[in-house]
Design a protein around this ligand. Structure first.
Ligand SMILES: Cc1cc2nc3c(=O)[nH]c(=O)nc-3n(C[C@H](O)[C@H](O)[C@H](O)COP(=O)(O)OP(=O)(O)OC[C@H]3O[C@@H](n4cnc5c(N)ncnc54)[C@H](O)[C@@H]3O)c2cc1C
Ligand code: FES
Ligand code: FES
Length: 1355
């Protein structure tokens, strides 16, 4: 294509290769450019908004001043490709390759088991790589900082950090603290595996061998391209222009030129980091016809320190600002840098490293986000903006008028911010900044604050006061009137109370505030004031009046801060987690080439780390391929009056609109249509789809399809409303044993309570994707899809197209995380795409972006539970009656099964003679909720454990005592009369309590709590009995196909899908043992319905069990055939035997089959044997909460898990840790918000949105032990191993109960009743509001019904 008229040449380098673009579209991001134009698909797309780090790459620019390149990580999804002129980009492909040389970063992340599904891995590698380019021996703090912008949904982060730590200067041993022993110190030696004499069996604590790692040699890194160095040293000052279809990018080389352009295009935004413009522009599809890029204007990146203050160029990135601040703070006296220190502290928590590397100071100030971390501090710090325009220079204060958007106080047309001036603080001046967010890192604050006070020289009389808040209005809000009224007042409690009263009167947080949490925000306003009051008081006392505290009496004007209050002054420390992972090493007699039981790296680990692992959307574009975009309902319950696609069809490159009328076969089921026909049942339901030549065109056209609706009643969102309307998806499920009413009559005490558990988004890093390729003959179709159940996709597509199953082949190479969310939904999406492919006769690709994925697909069922429990004063529970309701959404999906599982698993680890469990799935007008790791158990068991905790509180006993009293200890039968042996449960529990040293640590926590009023510690242990498998017999089967080729290589195929759980690795371990050939000779290509038919979903934790047995069966068949040959030539090699077999016409291909467990459950009688076996476990967590903000830190978690004979301890520990952290997310931070109209508001990881755990959420100490195997062996799984995919999820509840324990301690301190209604997740909002105090008392409370809430409760 010829370049557009007037377009310049864009020059940059990618992985050392020069890229020269003459026709570049300013709307294209670096991510799209890399993936589409250059075919570099190692860089992944998972959110498109800078929030997940999957697209991290390294940018390098030559700095002529230092003569060195500057390397920094960025999220490629936010970088406009036009901004790259003169930059060098390094992607994961440029770091290393399995085909040539892998980089130590890639080697170590893979070999440390830091990859599971591998979708986040390239981003992780790039963050680590960039860190090492700047600091070859980083500190642990730098390591943590480098990774806070990268999300991983699988691993739980610990192994990723472990791999990074191998480069750190300050890491020694293998990362254990004093409380656990380093494996190097254990008896028996200097290398692992080493015996741990505290456990009966031979235990090992090494999962990888450091000694085999390649050293990092920084001199071997690629050099910065000399051409770019020359360009930077003699920069071109000419304005560069890049013209696209809709947008023109103009990049001036001088300030004068920039000012002229600014005058000519007053409405054109200045693009610096694009972190506000990019995500902000997306949802509305809005464009700015002209974008001005000031990045080449040197004046905007300058910084100057004067005697009056620090001036920082508006174009400096926030990361550069951090460096500039650090230098000033280091060289100036502390009293001058209080504002700078507050800014530096705030910057440490602002977004992830990649965003700080992109976002500019000017962009931050000018985007005036409500939640800004910096503006409140800049405002109170009396910062000023130096403005420039063609007309000259001007200085305006960054004050309340500027922030409030008063026209006269802001920028005039043609002006821009050149720099920000931050005055030095004075001797009697104090400045602080505060924030509280949903999560400790990578989350925007709910409320941020900047506070400054200046005292009259040598007194505590307030001479000047300034207060500003973020998160409580449309932009940063100040409280000038309150401050004015407090002038002259003394720094006392009385003044504080007055300040709180005044601020609450002036800063009004409306009940309908976007983001919700109005009462919490109000509480934070005053909590932050209090914290500031304490900080200043403490400083006044300790700094300005040195000498023994006794020298000042408490009646003095500067009262002594009570010791118990000191903890309120500090932030939680940021520490890199440590811990010990222990497992049973293999029998010393096991042959060394037999890999079973050894911590073998994930088969794709290295390919994950180099970006060479191919995911569905990484498949190269096919000839004539089309892209599909979905049109979804904007109404929760409505009749579809009309669908008008005409405008969409009139757009360029749009090929077709697919509606229900195009479906040749069946359109889903009566209650669950693929494409809505007459009625929509929820916001997000798919109505039709657009296919176009490009994804951008398809998306634009989808927005132009006009759907008219007629609203219908009723509209039901919450469980309570569903109960009121008797709106249920299926009949009640019930189990009962003993005589509940009689038992209640005889007990000492009866308690009743309610439990609410919120839903959860799967947040698999790879969103739903499918590519359908129609074939030329016989209506055949290939479907490449990211699914846990290819056979279901095949069946759905075949029935939708009305073709036999034999014509449709589904291929699954690997899945970037599933967690249950890719069992059902991929079939619907695959079938819709298949209709598009058949209608157009062209390949169709459908890739959901994160927002669509979250909007359309349901997740974990929210639950509302009521319990009534009768117990003896000793804590022994005699009767328990639990009634649960789950929010199923608008269609049945898996809701009936989830209800059944919930009821079957509710008893958890407890033997209670008189029980009644009832459960119902509510039909609501929300997207259908579906399978999710644990399948109801994590929600249900929280009700049971909450009840036990309440009983313990009532009896005045530690909860673990009540748990022990009621646990199964001997061979017994469950509520549904299935016999089982709980011996491993007792072992897990005892081991966990002893490893965690619970008794002593509880005493320590009590002692801490006595000393600390505003921080409280809590500790809790939970036991677990988790049943694996499906309750239906047909699901307990699997098949495999094993081919031996004449060169001796072996191709293994089985019915399981690789979701990151390492099933392919385990299957090759099995095949290797059975065939007695090394794993290197074995290979798995993909899962395909053409090779292994009629498979069941890879789910319910039994994938490896059943497929392992099928692979074993196939291998044993082959070995049996080879036996006579081997016998005859016992000295021969594998190749000799295969040669001979071929010569003798012995088939070298075999299928394997496993007919698994016969599950049964009679719901009429309430009895059955639904599960093949149980996984037992226990976890103990300790937390510290901040009563003023509701934040918590996870001090330590100890997990003991019964794995039977682990097939692969590294993989199994990975499953346990990953599930644990996902569980901790469920119970503490992951919160879904729905609008009053039923639309999901929390879509994506970006600002304000859904917060999955980050690297900063891992417990500071995390110890995991796989219980040594018991003598009892099971034939129901492979080699007596146990499936661990789901069970660890529930152990995350130990964090929840530890938080409850800490809240209870706060209640005791404040003389409040100990129990509070349990609501999960225990977010900072809930914890803060539960820790009632004088601040929660003083805030105005919401009168229900007075304001339209931003979001509605649904559980
Ligand atoms: C994932 C993510 C997480 C985030 N987390 C946080 C957080 O925790 N806390 C927080 O406070 N913020 C957070 N942010 C917001 C971030 O700080 C801002 O988006 C960023 O600072 C904006 O800077 P930018 O250079 O990217 O602006 P751009 O997007 O490039 O520009 C934004 C606006 O500023 C204007 N502008 C830019 N420079 C000038 C100038 N010199 N003169 C006049 N106008 C100018 C532009 O015209 C444009 O309208 C987050 C953002 C993202 C994407
Ligand atoms: S895809 Fe770029 S940060 Fe998520
Ligand atoms: S391995 Fe990190 S998201 Fe799957």
């Amino acid at each position: 294509m010829p370049p557009p008229l007037g377009s310049d040449e864009l020059i940059f380098f990618v992985n050392g290769r020069k890229v020269t673009e003459r026709a570049v579209d300013p709307e294209v991001t670096l991510l799209t450019f890399l993936r589409r134009k250059l075919g570099l698909t190692g860089t992944k797309s998972a959110c498109g908004g800078g929030g997940c780090g999957a697209c991290t790459v390294m940018l390098s620019r030559h700095d002529p001043a230092s003569g060195k390149p500057r390397h920094f990580s960025v999220t490629a999804c936010l970088v406009p490709v036009c901004s790259l002129h003169g930059a060098a980009v390094t992607t994961v492909e440029g770091v290393g390759s399995v085909r040539s040389r892998i980089h130590p970063v890639q080697e170590r992340i893979a070999k440390s088991h830091g990859t599971q599904c591998g979708f986040c891995t390239p981003g992780m590698v790039m963050s680590l790589y960039t860190l090492l380019r700047n600091y070859p021996q980083p500190s642990e703090e730098q390591l943590l900082e480098a990774l806070t912008g990268n999300l991983c949904r699988c691993t739980g982060y610990r192994p990723i950090l472990e791999s990074g730590r191998t480069f750190c200067s300050d890491s020694g041993g293998c990362g254990q603290t004093e409380s656990t022993r380093c494996c190097l110190d254990q008896p028996g030696g200097d290398s692992c595996p080493a015996e741990d004499s505290s456990l009966p069996a031979r235990m090992c604590s090494e999962l990888f061998t450091r000694a085999e790692f390649w050293p990092l040699d920084p001199t071997q890194e690629p050099i910065f391209p000399p051409e770019l160095m020359r360009m930077a040293e003699s920069p071109e000052r000419r304005t560069l222009t890049f013209c696209g279809d809709r947008v023109t990018w103009v990049s001036p080389g001088t300030l004068q030129e920039l000012l002229e352009l600014r005058a000519r295009h007053p409405d054109a935004p200045l693009v610096l980091g694009n972190t506000a413009l990019g995500p902000a522009a997306r949802p509305h599809g809005g464009v700015h016809p002209v974008l001005l890029s000031p990045a080449r204007v040197p004046e905007l990146s300058a910084a100057a320190d004067t005697s009056a203050g620090l001036t920082i160029g508006a174009g400096c990135s926030l990361a550069q600002v951090q460096d500039i601040l650090a230098k000033s703070i280091a060289k100036l006296p502390g009293e001058k840098t209080r504002t700078l220190q507050a800014l530096a502290r705030a910057l440490r928590s602002l977004a992830g490293q990649q965003i700080r590397n992109l976002a500019s100071l000017g962009g931050h100030v000018m985007s005036q986000h409500s939640y800004s971390d910096l503006n409140p501090i800049l405002a109170v710090g009396r910062a000023a903006l130096n403005l420039r325009s063609e007309g000259g220079e001007r200085v305006i204060p960054l004050d309340e008028n500027f922030l409030a958007g008063v026209a006269s106080a802001g920028l005039r047309p043609g002006e821009m911010v050149e720099s920000v001036h931050i005055p030095h603080t004075r001797k009697w001046e104090f400045v602080s900044g505060f924030r509280q967010a949903q999560a400790p890192k990578n989350a925007v604050p709910h409320v941020s604050a900047g506070l400054r006070v200046l005292f009259k020289e040598g007194t505590d009389a307030i001479e000047d006061l300034s207060i500003a808040y973020g998160g409580v209005g449309a932009t940063t809000v100040m409280a000038p009137r309150s401050c004015q009224q407090l002038l002259g007042r003394h720094w006392t409690e009385v003044t504080l109370d007055e300040a709180c009263r005044l601020v609450l009167g002036e800063v009004v947080v409306p009940g309908s505030i976007p983001g919700g949490r109005a009462e919490f925000r109000r509480t934070l306003l005053v909590s932050f004031l209090f914290r500031f009051y304490l900080q200043v008081l403490h400083e006044l006392r300790t700094r300005w009046f040195p000498g023994p505290p006794s020298a000042l009496s408490d009646s003095c004007w500067c009262p002594k801060l009570p010791d118990q209050f000191l903890s309120a002054l500090e932030d939680f420390p940021v520490t890199v987690p440590r811990g010990l992972q222990t497992y049973q090493s293999v029998d010393p007699q096991q042959p060394s080439q037999d890999p079973v039981g050894r911590p073998i790296m994930h088969l794709s680990g290295l390919k994950h780390a180099t970006g060479e692992a191919v995911f569905c959307d990484d498949l190269p574009r096919l000839d004539r391929e089309l892209c599909m975009a979905l049109v979804t309902s904007t109404r929760p319950h409505a009749k579809i009056v009309s669908v008008d696609p005409s405008k969409a069809l009139g757009l360029p490159e749009v090929v077709s609109v697919i509606t229900a009328e195009d479906i040749p076969g069946t359109n889903g089921t009566e209650g669950d249509r693929l494409l809505a026909v007459d009625e929509v049942l929820c916001v997000g339901q798919v109505i039709c789809a657009v296919v176009a030549e490009t994804d951008v065109q398809a998306k634009r056209a989808a927005e132009e399809v006009r759907v008219t609706y007629e609203d219908l009643q009723p509209v039901i969102f919450s469980i309570q409303d569903a109960i009121k309307h008797s709106s249920f998806l299926c009949p009640e499920k019930k189990l009962e044993q003993g005589s509940i009413e009689e038992a209640f009559a005889k007990v000492d005490q009866v308690l009743e309570g309610e439990v609410h558990v919120g839903g959860q988004e799967h947040f698999y890093m790879e969103t739903q994707r499918v590519l359908v390729v129609p074939k030329a003959e016989d209506r055949e179709l290939d479907i490449y899809v990211s699914t846990q159940d290819p056979a279901h996709v095949q069946k759905t597509a075949a029935s939708t197209l009305n073709v036999p199953l034999s014509r449709v082949t589904c291929h699954v190479k690997r899945v970037g995380g599933g967690f249950g969310g890719k069992v059902g939904r991929p079939a619907t999406l695959g079938a819709i795409a298949a209709v598009g492919a058949v209608k157009t006769g062209r390949p169709v690709r459908l890739v959901l972006d994160r927002e669509e994925d979250m909007l359309i697909t349901g997740g974990r069922h929210p639950l509302f539970g009521k319990y009534k429990v009768g117990f003896a004063n000793s804590g022994r529970i005699k009767a328990l009656d639990i009634e649960c309701y789950i929010n199923g959404g608008c269609t049945l999906d898996d809701s009936e099964l989830v209800t059944e599982f919930l009821i079957l698993k509710l008893e958890n680890a407890y033997k209670i003679r008189n029980l009644r469990f009832r459960g119902r799935a509510c039909r609501t007008n929300l997207p259908s909720n579906t399978a999710f790791r644990g399948f109801g158990f994590p929600q249900g068991a929280l009700v049971t454990e909450s009840c036990i905790t309440a009983v313990a509180a009532k009896c005045g006993l530690p909860p673990e005592k009540v748990r022990e009293k009621n646990m199964y200890w001997a061979v017994d039968k469950t509520i549904y009369q299935q016999a089982f042996n709980p011996e491993p449960l007792g072992r897990c529990w005892a081991e966990c309590l002893s490893r965690a040293n619970l008794k002593a640590r509880r005493a320590q926590a009590d002692a801490f709590n006595q000393q600390s009023h505003w921080r409280k510690r809590g500790i809790a242990a939970v036991p677990m009995k988790f049943s694996v498998g499906f309750a239906a017999t047909s699901f307990h089967q699997a098949a495999a196909l094993v081919h031996i080729y004449t060169d001796g290589s072996v191709l293994v195929t089985h019915g399981g899908n690789e979701l990151g759980q390492g099933i392919h690795t385990k299957m090759l371990q099995v095949a290797s043992r059975e065939l007695r050939v090394p794993m290197s000779r074995l290979h798995i290509q993909e899962t395909s319905t053409a090779t292994v038919p009629n498979t069941v979903a890879t789910a319910a934790s039994i994938g490896a069990d059943v497929n392992g047995r099928a692979v074993q069966n196939a291998c044993q068949t082959l070995l049996k055939r080879l036996e006579p040959i081997i016998k005859k030539n016992s000295e021969g090699t594998w190749e000799d035997w295969i040669d001979a077999a071929f010569e003798q016409r012995i088939s070298l291909s075999a299928t394997g089959y496993f007919r698994g467990y016969k599950a049964s459950m009679d719901w009429e009688k309430g009895v059955g044997d639904p599960f093949p076996y149980y996984v037992f476990g226990a976890a103990c967590s300790e937390v510290e909460i901040d009563c003023l903000t509701g934040a918590h830190r996870k001090l330590r978690t100890d997990i003991v898990m019964d794995t039977g004979c682990s097939l692969n301890p590294a993989i199994d520990i990975g499953q346990v840790e990953g599930a644990f952290l996902q569980g901790a997310g469920l119970y503490t931070s992951e919160e879904l918000h729905y609008s009053p109209e039923g639309a999901l508001l929390s879509r994506g990881p970006g600002p304000h949105e859904y917060k999955v755990p980050t690297v900063a959420d891992v417990p500071e100490e995390l110890n995991v032990t796989l219980l040594p195997s018991a003598p009892e062996r099971t034939q129901l799984s492979i080699y007596s191993s146990k499936g661990l995919g789901e069970s660890g999820m529930f152990l995350g509840s130990s964090v929840f109960f530890a938080i409850s324990d800490a809240v209870a301690a706060a209640h005791r301190d404040r003389g409040l009743v100990e129990d509070f209604t349990v609501r999960s997740p225990a977010t900072p909002e809930r914890v803060r509001m539960a820790c009632e105090d004088r601040f929660t008392e003083m805030i105005p409370r919401e009168t229900p019904g007075t304001a339209k809430p931003w979001c509605i409760p649904i559980s």
